[in-house]
Design a protein around this ligand. Structure first.
Ligand SMILES: NC(=O)c1ccc[n+]([C@@H]2O[C@H](COP(=O)([O-])OP(=O)(O)OC[C@H]3O[C@@H](n4cnc5c(N)ncnc54)[C@H](OP(=O)(O)O)[C@@H]3O)[C@@H](O)[C@H]2O)c1
Length: 198
């Protein structure tokens, strides 16, 4: 059966991911806090995008987090259990407009996300590149732009790797959040690295 996709958020990263999902033949539910704004976003994206409530988008088989990291606890409070669904965490743990990050004592920001989302299989991806780079054609100079991912559930990582490939990117699986998450999160060594795999 065809997978369903939901996005929590409807801003820059959400719209970029929605575009890749739709271009690769999927439909997507987008959600936010402002339903009027959301109507404008989905009509601008066009066929394949539908406005939904946060709880409806969160029921999809694969749910992308494209909201501010500081808002994740609110989301966690709203959704009691994620029932083993995959949640792709595209957030960065910024706590201010000037890109200060939360102090996590050496922990992975996506591990904090996972703690707020009971029974979710969290895969970190799509957080390292500025959306204006991410939205460009992933095929560049005969190669493919790299998208890093990490997560503690190998099957979920494989499923998201395959999805990333269908978008036209080259996925690079960095392993569990305690290793890969730290490498790819904001201020980590892979943040903002725009690589093309030949
Ligand atoms: N911008 C980038 O280039 C980039 C790159 C990589 C990763 N990221 C990360 O991706 C996330 C989103 O960034 P963005 O640039 O796309 O931000 P953005 O354009 O400001 O969009 C944020 C979206 O989150 C929604 N939102 C806020 N609180 C929410 C809640 N409680 N429930 C549901 N939706 C909520 C907002 O909806 P309302 O407008 O209705 O409040 C808005 O649609 C951030 O964690 C950021 O660090 C961003």
């Amino acid at each position: 059966m065809k997978k369903t996709f939901g996005i929590i958020g409807a801003g820059h990263i959400a719209q970029t991911i929605a575009k890749f999902l739709i271009e690769s033949g999927n439909e997507v539910l987008l959600s936010n806090t402002d339903q009027e704004k959301l109507k404008g976003v989905v009509s601008q994206i066009g066929d394949g995008a539908t406005a939904a409530s946060v709880s409806k988008a969160a029921e999809a088989d694969v749910v992308f987090l494209a909201l501010p990291w500081l808002k994740v606890p609110e989301l966690g409070a709203e959704i009691g259990s994620w029932e083993n669904r995959i949640v792709v965490d595209a957030t960065n743990h910024f706590i201010s407009a000037d890109f200060q990050v939360a102090e996590l004592d050496g922990g992975a920001s996506s591990a904090v996300v996972a703690d707020h989302l009971p029974d979710a299989r969290v895969v970190k991806a799509f957080n390292t590149l500025f959306y204006k780079i991410l939205e460009q054609d992933p095929q560049q100079n005969g190669g493919k732009r790299v998208i890093f991912l990490s997560g503690d559930d190998k099957e979920a990582n494989q499923e998201i790797s395959a999805l990333i490939e269908t978008f036209g990117f080259a996925p690079v699986d960095l392993g569990p959040l305690s290793i890969g998450g730290l490498l790819q999160q904001a201020k980590g060594p892979l943040a903002s690295l725009n690589l093309i795999k030949q």
